[in-house]
Write a protein that binds this ligand. Sequence first.
Ligand SMILES: Cc1cc2nc3c(=O)[nH]c(=O)nc-3n(C[C@H](O)[C@H](O)[C@H](O)COP(=O)(O)OP(=O)(O)OC[C@H]3O[C@@H](n4cnc5c(N)ncnc54)[C@H](O)[C@@H]3O)c2cc1C
Length: 461
Amino acid sequence: MINSEIRYLLRKIVGKEYCIVDVDEVALFLYDETERFLRPQASQECVVVKPENEQEIAEIVKIANSESIPVVVRGGGTGLCGAAIPTYPSIIISMERMNRIVAIDEKNFMIKVQSGITLKGMNALLNQRVNLYFPAKLGEDTAQVGGLVAQNAGGAKVGKHGVMRNNVKGMRVVLSSGDIVSFGGSLKKNNAGYDLMQLMIGSEGTLGIITEVTLQLFSKTNFNSGILVSFDSYTEATEVVNRILRKGITPLTIEYLDRSIAMRTAEYLGEEWPLEKGEVFLLFELSEKNEAELFNASVGIEEVCSRMGVVDYIVLNSIKERNRILEIRSNTYHATKNLLVDSLDISVPPAEIPNLMKHFNHIARKYNAIIDTVGHVGDGNVHNNIYLKNGEVPEYYEDMKVELYQIAISIGGSITGEHGIGKIRNKNLKMQLSKEEIELMRGLKQLFDPKGIMNPDTAIY
Ligand SMILES: Cc1cc2nc3c(=O)[nH]c(=O)nc-3n(C[C@H](O)[C@H](O)[C@H](O)COP(=O)(O)OP(=O)(O)OC[C@H]3O[C@@H](n4cnc5c(N)ncnc54)[C@H](O)[C@@H]3O)c2cc1C
């Protein structure tokens, strides 16, 4: 229970303006982007605080700790696993005011930011100031850097540089005790003890509050291009991806879209989809060091596509055209979400994608269901849309989902490649993890958060 005395103390820390108790205003902070039929019910008895700095967060958490009140950190609220939804009366810490770049270290190719800066905000400022960039490209760039770290986000441009886990170098964290710690730094190499920073990445707000993040940056290049191709079926398209990767070509982006999703999203945005023929599409983006490398990679992709029966293709030379197609790809969730029960997030070793897709089609036929697919096939991560039937969750949904998870796990995969466990996949976690792994995770949670106040019922319980 967040009584009036606690509200008074919270107001004293952040100021009246930044302590929200009005029910209608609090309601704006209770849900994220999780599919409406999947998300848990939020508690209405929450208070939202908007701290200005790390010290204020530490003071808030000390109160929460001494009173055993749950704390839910809120980033951009774009999450897709219900992780930011408070299911108990909670103090919601909204990070939106902590949105500054702390430093850009051009010599070491690094940037230090407050964790409440959005991806969009950080990229815009970076663009103005230096010839360096951060590669993450999510479907939703209002996500905050702290949220990206807490969810170990991926996205459409991780082919060359990896996911968040590969590019976070340091962070500052407020622990559940209210103590402040610093993990990692601007280091390329660091072998001092267990890697607690990596443990925080993907911890979904359950181990501490990330207040500052140091990220690896990369040099921009002028040698960029894109190709959009189509095929008659997933069989050829997914095999093409494997062959291209086996050739040693590493595109920045390899995105897959079924025609139904591409068309629906183009229409939703009032855009034209440029290819008329073919049932499935692959979008490649290349970013190379020089003209010769760009030429070789482009020719390599074209050769493999021709050999595998490409139906149609277009070269996307201008950045405007590449961004237009990527924007359509990025909006697939928004264009379909009202029709969806679930957009799965399965990941398998990349070479297993053709096998996974074959199983998906078999299972869809078995349940007489429509499952269409969009995703980061180059990373082995696909989003399979399961649709509502007459506006309701179809009776086969749970069984079919479990079967899809079982298939993925049987070929070395994961039930979630980027969206996380949150509050909607906890019950499926034991399908993938061993008893020993779960016990170790519980032990870590107990160590970091003995009172269990940090985002309860999330990820592991
Ligand atoms: C249209 C759309 C497209 C998307 N595309 C992608 C994609 O391509 N790739 C991908 O990986 N994801 C994608 N997502 C999912 C989502 O954007 C990511 O999970 C993102 O990382 C969430 O960031 P956020 O700031 O919105 O976090 P929130 O949703 O606010 O929070 C997510 C979790 O992180 C915790 N958290 C937030 N900030 C902090 C902090 N500072 N310290 C500790 N914990 C914190 C919260 O408590 C919560 O548990 C997409 C979502 C949408 C709606």
